[in-house]
Design a protein around this ligand. Structure first.
Ligand code: ATP
Length: 711
């Protein structure tokens, strides 16, 4: 492998040439975007304003979207790799492009393919940069000595913090020279100081990750992986890939969505898909999905949470809803045009049975019954020769039929249904008989019944119950593909809520060792069953990229206590001096923390100060008093761009990462909840470069001081 690097004084001619080509590509991209904007402004190609109104609207929408996709993102490099093929192999021989020494893509002796975040084309349509998702780009990630895929040389570029091309590594494929090609640039990319939200990994995505990214749309994947193995990155890149490969089909099936645990997490990942050219993906939390107009105001006790999250609740809700449907014991008198038609109880029961036997959802069944009752009357009228101009819709609006329907098949409100189950022991007992034990029913009931449904303080798990009820009443709209991150914390009922919205497939990401919710599923096959996608595959990522070996080994001491069946990841990197543990006197913790923050801010990159939720206000005050600028996560906009130091309540730390992490008082984190050790494992695995643990209280046993040496 040849590595080329600029030094300050002399820039290699080849690097200069590559920079020139980058500049040309950038100019072309700007031109492409300007053209689209001009077409938008002038309405070029649009038809008549009245006759072609809808066509014009669609064309404008398409162009607006395209202009957004062509936006040049913060000067991100337009290509990050290059492949050399024998002449004619990549582009064919009749591309209309003459082979000349000066042409970057068509020199005399080869075809060169530049790989980037999006495709860039010359005015005549010739490709200048190929989208990383195109078939031609596959070889960049997969070509090996054993299977060169036609590639002679693979080049990877290195960039400085301002996105200026400063280095490249060449790898001759098929020459069987042992090398760790790309690993230098991969380590540099991982260690590049962070500021603000997560970035894409498209330049350095690894083979084991790429094979998951490129898995066909039909396949549902559950990806288990230790912290920092790239699950989130893989999920987001898979979505970008699927949108490229199957855009029309996905649009037809309702589009795509990403579901994350909370808004802080979504703020953290929000820039990855736009950087890959995908600007229109909805990113939402599980609570927003299940309770779009409601706010979570309460957390359930672990015992209650376990019952509420349990899949048996679906049966309780189903029974409760359908128990409202019942035959009428009295005759219904339908008055129409001065005559009265009588519907007797046995006829009503027959119509009800017929509607029920269709097995359709509650609202559709209700409509069907109205129709059948109206039809029954109309038939009578016809038999008597008195139907005249009477129509079915007229009879459906008849008051007596409406009243009968309200008694036999009352309209249902999901909030009311769940409210009744959680506050009325008798109604719950009827619906849960033989499904939940008496103790479980007791665990479900609220201690004090709120005055009305409107004043009910809902918990996150309640929202999944509401969603279950709502879906029985009327099926929700579906999406082509859904990516679910941090899925280890979802309850079976929450997973069902996602499953019923999936039209084609799902990518589910998580780490069972990081499960902190008492109602969480225990295993990935159960997740697939609750999604109703039993043919999905469980995959595992085992190579850790984020966390240096010393830190992950330290955190992994907790694994036997929190997830005995799981191994820690094999870390890709060791970073000298990456783990520090400081024991202070109780009155010295705040001071030591402030000193550690100051020291961390003197270096580069992001700093995460992670503490038990209850300790955050005091730390916030101390940081403010000391004049240390910081963001407190979970308090509004979660603007990770604004400050380098993020004070992070530990319950919001999942999925995030920082160059330097300070964890304050592990014992308080571990002691704050039933799965506190899992929570601590999450906190200890957020660091890219260094972890500093500060404590006055005794450390949890697995992290005992005699084992925890400073390194
Ligand atoms: N191939 C790669 N190239 C460069 N960086 C990578 C690669 N794979 C992962 N990373 C980086 O490693 C870090 C961890 O990735 P990610 O957040 O996707 O991991 P995760 O498995 O979801 O972790 P967690 O379980 O903690 O949520 C991120 O900064 C990501 O950019």
């Amino acid at each position: 492998m040849t590595v080329h690097q600029t030094d300050q004084d002399a820039v290699e001619p080849e690097i200069l040439a590559e920079r020139d080509y980058m500049a040309t590509c950038r100019e072309t991209l700007t031109r492409m975007r300007d053209e689209v904007n001009t077409m938008l402004a002038t309405g070029a190609g649009e038809g008549d304003a009245v006759v072609d109104k809808y066509f014009n609207h669609a064309l404008r929408q398409f162009r607006k979207q395209f202009a957004k996709e062509l936006a040049d993102l913060d000067g991100a490099p337009l290509f990050f790799g290059r492949l050399e093929f024998p002449p004619g192999e990549a582009y064919g021989n009749d591309t209309g492009k003459a082979r000349e020494a000066s042409s970057p893509t068509h020199p005399p002796d080869c075809d060169r393919v530049y790989i980037g975040r999006r495709g860039v084309r010359e005015d005549d349509g010739e490709p200048m940069v190929i989208d990383w998702r195109a078939e031609l780009s596959r070889a960049f990630y997969e070509a090996s000595d054993q299977d060169p895929l036609g590639v002679r040389v693979r080049r990877r570029y290195g960039f400085d913090n301002d996105g200026v091309l400063t280095a490249f590594e060449d790898e001759r494929i098929g020459e069987q020279v042992a090398s760790d090609a790309g690993s230098g640039l991969l380590a540099a990319e991982i260690e590049r100081p962070r500021k603000g939200p997560m970035r894409d990994i498209v330049a350095t995505i690894q083979p084991e990750q790429m094979s998951l990214v490129r898995t066909a749309l039909e396949s549902t994947l559950c990806i288990q992986g230790a912290p920092g193995t790239g699950k989130t990155a893989v999920g987001l890149h898979r979505l970008a890939y699927l949108l490229y490969a199957e855009r029309e089909r996905l649009q037809k099936e309702g589009g795509v969505a990403v579901i994350g645990p909370n808004r802080s997490f979504l703020a953290y990942i929000r820039k990855v898909l736009p950087a890959l050219g995908e600007v229109a993906v909805s990113q939402t939390t599980i609570d927003e999905l299940t309770g779009p107009d409601l706010t979570v105001e309460r957390t359930d006790e672990p015992r209650t949470a376990r019952v509420k999250g349990d899949v048996r609740m679906s049966e309780v809700i189903r029974r409760h809803l359908w128990s409202r449907v019942r035959p009428l014991e009295e005759t219904v008198e339908v008055k129409h045009q001065h005559r009265t038609w009588r519907l007797h109880p046995e006829e009503l029961a027959e119509e009800l049975d017929a509607a029920l036997s269709r097995n359709i959802d509650y609202t559709a069944g209700r409509e069907l019954l109205t129709q059948r009752l109206a039809h029954l009357v109309l038939r009578r009228m016809e038999q008597a020769g008195t139907s005249g101009t009477t129509t079915l819709p007229q009879l459906q609006r008849n008051k007596a039929i409406g009243r009968a329907l309200r008694q036999m098949w009352p309209a249902a409100d999901p909030a009311r249904l769940v409210f009744d189950l959680l506050t009325d022991a008798d109604q719950l007992a009827r619906a849960a008989d033989g499904v939940l034990s008496a103790e479980e029913q007791q665990d479900l009931l609220l201690e004090r019944r709120p005055r009305s449904v409107k004043s009910m303080p809902w918990s996150s798990l309640d929202l999944a119950l509401l969603d279950e009820a709502a879906a029985l009443i009327e099926r929700p709209a579906r999406l082509g593909h859904i990516v679910v991150d941090e899925a280890q914390d979802l309850s079976p009922m929450q997973i069902r809520a996602i499953g019923r919205r999936v039209a084609i497939s799902c990518t589910v990401l998580g780490d069972l060792a990081q499960a902190t919710s008492p109602s969480a599923v225990q295993d990935w096959t159960d997740v697939l069953a609750h999604l109703d996608l039993p043919d999905g595959r469980v995959e595992e990522l085992t190579r850790g990229y984020r966390v240096p070996a010393q830190i992950i080994d330290y955190a992994a001491r907790l694994l036997p206590h929190i997830a005995p069946g799981l191994n820690g990841p094999a870390s890709f990197r060791r970073v000298a001096d990456s783990l520090h543990i400081t024991r202070t006197a109780p009155e010295g913790t705040i001071e030591a923390t402030l000193a550690a923050c100051t020291a961390a801010l003197a270096g580069e990159g992001s700093v995460g100060l992670i503490a038990a939720d209850d300790d955050v206000p005091e730390l916030h005050q101390a940081l403010t008093r000391s004049g240390l600028p910081h963001t407190v996560l979970g308090t509004g906009e979660d603007d990770l761009d604004a400050e380098r130091l993020a004070l992070t309540p530990v319950t919001l730390a999942k999925g995030l990462e920082f160059d330097v992490v300070l964890v304050v008082e592990p014992a308080r984190i571990a002691g704050a909840e039933q799965r506190g050790l899992q929570r601590l494992y999450v906190a200890l695995t957020r660091a890219v470069s260094s972890l500093h643990v500060i404590h006055a209280d005794r450390l949890p046993e697995a992290l005992a001081p005699e084992l925890a040496m400073n390194r």
